[in-house]
Design a protein around this ligand. Structure first.
Ligand SMILES: [Zn+2]
Length: 279
């Protein structure tokens, strides 16, 4: 039996083989306790994990939204049980999925915006990892000062403007009910607080930064917030049309992911690589 996990900032989703995907709350789920229960119960032999945080060589380096830092999860579980475990950052998993899903593109930037914001990059079909598997951790690119402190200690990260957690923080700051902290309501009813406007500007900043650095042929956006707000993609196309890039390069395709399970699907692909995703 195979077990696939997408451990996000809000939801912990898992799937055994091709059975239905189950959803738990991340804050109520401890990864090791969960595995200790599932492995013997279902006779699990292979585990693929997509993780919303920094991961390097099977070790969880940092997880701003999840308390599991410095955990050598791969070594720990493989020592306890006769299983193969592969774990990778969620956006790198998503990029593996998008690569398999759209093999016609060689150079892609994948950005998912859900609880937070993450990015994966593929150049010439190769996933970019960097020295510490940190490449693509764009959430902490400085954007503008906010009244909040990011998990990284700064107060100006783009993730403090972009993402579901940021929207809740801003809503709380202005006394807006949590249930109303979605982009559509923030755009129409609470436009005076400029939360939507700042979100859009933050997204443009991220888009042009990534365009400059990687020169991709396609941007693929996913995650609940992007997929529920396709007007954000239209806005980026419009911004691109007005930018200096328009005259000097072919416009990148800007699309929404065709899947709402990109990270989980990517966790399945991880098992094909036996941990070596450079291939
Ligand atoms: Zn930060």
């Amino acid at each position: 039996m195979n077990l696939y996990i997408d451990y996000g900032g809000t939801h912990f989703r898992y799937q055994i083989n091709n059975e239905a995907i189950q959803t738990l709350k991340s804050e109520n789920t401890h990864l090791v306790e969960f595995l200790d229960k599932m492995i013997p119960q279902y006779g699990i032999k292979k585990i693929g994990i997509s993780f919303a945080g920094q991961v390097c060589d099977g070790k969880i380096i940092s997880a701003p939204n999840i308390a599991l830092e410095h955990m050598e999860i791969k070594r720990y579980i493989q020592t306890q049980y006769q299983v193969q475990l592969e774990i990778q950052n969620d956006l790198k998993c998503a990029t593996l999925f998008e690569r398999a899903n759209s093999p016609q593109y060689k150079n892609a930037v994948v950005v998912y915006i859900g609880t937070g914001v993450g990015c994966g990059v593929m150049i010439n079909h190769q996933l970019i990892t960097g020295l510490n598997n940190f490449a693509g951790e764009v959430g902490h690119i400085p954007f503008k000062e906010t009244p909040f402190v990011c998990g990284c200690g700064r107060n100006d990260c783009v993730e403090l403007i972009l993402g579901g957690k940021a929207l809740k923080n801003w809503g709380n700051y202005y006394g807006i009910e949590e249930a109303l902290c979605n982009l559509q309501t923030l755009k129409t009813t609470f436009s005076n607080h400029r939360i939507y406007e700042n979100f859009q500007k933050g997204l443009e900043h991220l888009f042009f930064t990534l365009l400059n650095v990687y020169d991709p042929e396609i941007f693929i956006f996913g995650g609940g917030i992007m997929q529920n707000n396709p007007q954000l993609v239209e806005n980026l196309e419009e911004c691109y049309g007005k930018s200096a890039f328009y005259a000097v390069r072919k416009p990148p395709k800007i699309v929404l992911s065709s899947s709402t399970n990109g990270s989980l699907e990517g966790a399945k692909i991880l098992l094909q690589y036996k941990g070596n995703i450079y291939e």
